[in-house]
Write a protein that binds this ligand. Structure first.
Ligand code: SF4
Ligand code: SF4
Ligand code: SF4
Length: 164
């Protein structure tokens, strides 16, 4: 049952045990087979939001980058093994979530996440009168909001999973 739940989670969020993988990654079981750890996708990313997971394969890590995933496709074009395939739509199922540590939920004025969101997917009540919230229908999982949060309150679904 737990295995079925994990499989469903991977299916929904595009994240394996070392995920989330780069956008347009094929399903995790085949990704680990196809990817040769060549790092071509990591080197091709202009936003530097790809890095190595604990298993040596690439993962999406927006907090470590200089921006967000712009879905430019450079990582896919650099991959010569078929581990990333731009024909897959959508590129992933990642969505941002806000945890209890949001400063705005504790009376502190902050809207850094809302200001950087290119999709206008984040709402923050004015004057520190409530925590930020994400409209999952608008969110693309780009990660712009993750690194700018001073409280590290935002994560992408699946990101917190540790590598087995
Ligand atoms: S789509 Fe572009 S910005 Fe996003 S991870 Fe790939 S190379 Fe980086
Ligand atoms: S940036 Fe972080 S602390 Fe500030 S409103 Fe957004 S989630 Fe809350
Ligand atoms: S991950 Fe979602 S909520 Fe965060 S900046 Fe990107 S689109 Fe906006």
């Amino acid at each position: 049952m737990a295995g079925a739940a994990l499989s469903r989670r991977k299916l929904l969020f595009g994240a394996g045990p070392c995920g989330p993988r780069p956008p347009w990654a094929i399903p995790e079981a085949r990704f680990v087979e196809y990817c040769t750890s060549c790092d071509a996708c990591i080197g091709a990313c202009p936003e530097r939001v790809l890095g190595r997971a604990a298993d040596g394969l690439p993962r999406f890590d927006p907090a470590a980058g200089i921006g967000e995933c712009t879905f430019c496709g450079a990582c896919v074009e650099a991959c010569g093994t078929g581990a990333l395939q731009r024909t897959r739509l959508p590129p992933w199922g990642l969505r941002a979530t806000v945890a209890g540590a949001c400063l705005a939920g504790s009376g502190i004025v902050c809207a850094s996440c809302r200001e950087v969101c290119p999709e206008r997917a984040i709402r923050v009540p004015p004057g520190g009168r409530g925590a930020a919230s994400v409209d999952a229908l608008r969110c693309t999982g780009c990660g712009a909001c993750v690194g700018v949060c001073p409280a590290s309150a935002i994560s992408l679904a699946g990101m917190e999973e540790a590598c087995a």
